[in-house]
Design a protein around this ligand. Structure first.
Ligand SMILES: O=C(CO)[C@@H](O)[C@H](O)COP(=O)(O)O
Length: 230
């Protein structure tokens, strides 16, 4: 993929994020990686979506060095590159401060799988990271945000749950490309909203029976999937 195609794909995903109402002003960012070229295109830092152009997108390598672009890359770039280095099958990452997912992040609680809507997209609980230690904050806050995410996924397949909430901060989602990571951010926000209402209706409600979670997740994503027209 040429740098211009990569920048176009990442820019279009950032525009979709804004059109879906998941970000305000300059909040959030989306990137897409070209693993063959070893670079990713990411939103520039502090640029509002209504002014963002394809040419503004910044191309960086996995060592966070700018390869092409006149603007500074997102302040969250080192979180994105950490995740690309550790989650080797993902192709796009979205970060938002969408209201309901961020409320769960501020409560520092994982989102239980209360229903089949959730189970259709994430194989069980949506993890919340641990709160960063002081020395991590001092060392490299954005890189350590990535560390907290990959540690929350120790023993878990990030493809099966393409979303996480960062304690005290907000959500990150990912997918095979930038567009799918935005799709998952939209899904996460709606699932977080449903879960908040569920918790309000019945604070004692526990997660859905695992057999139903299995049925819903695997009929869409398993090797014997029978959902849709594929
Ligand atoms: O997490 C945050 C701020 O807490 C980011 O989402 C910013 O809101 C966007 O930063 P840039 O990508 O514009 O540097």
């Amino acid at each position: 993929m040429s740098y211009s195609d990569l920048k176009e794909a990442a820019w279009a995903a950032n525009m979709e994020l804004n059109e879906r109402g998941l970000v305000l002003y300059t909040w959030g960012n989306v990137s897409q990686i070209d693993r063959d070229a070893g670079v990713l295109a990411i939103k520039p830092s502090g640029v509002s979506y209504d002014k963002l152009t394809v040419d503004d997108m910044v191309v960086v390598d996995l060592d966070n060095q700018v390869v092409e672009g006149k603007l500074k890359p997102s302040s969250d770039t080192r979180t994105h590159t950490h995740l690309y280095r550790h989650f080797e099958t993902i192709g796009g990452i979205t970060h938002t401060h969408s209201t309901h997912a961020t409320a769960w992040a501020q409560a520092q609680q994982p989102i239980p799988c209360f229903g089949t809507t959730h189970a259709d997209y994430a194989y069980g609980e949506i993890p919340c990271t641990a709160v960063m230690r002081d020395e991590q904050i001092e060392r490299d806050y954005e890189e350590e945000t990535g560390v907290q995410i990959t540690e929350a996924f120790a023993g878990r397949n990030p493809v099966e749950t393409p979303m996480v909430i960062v304690a005290g901060h907000a959500p990150f989602t990912w997918g095979k490309d930038a567009a799918e990571s935005v799709y998952n951010a939209v899904v996460l926000e709606e699932v977080a909203r449903m879960a908040l209402y569920t918790r309000m209706i019945d604070p004692t409600r526990g997660p859905l029976k695992q057999a139903i979670v299995d049925k819903h997740y695997l009929r869409k994503h398993g090797k014997n999937s029978y959902y849709g027209q594929g």
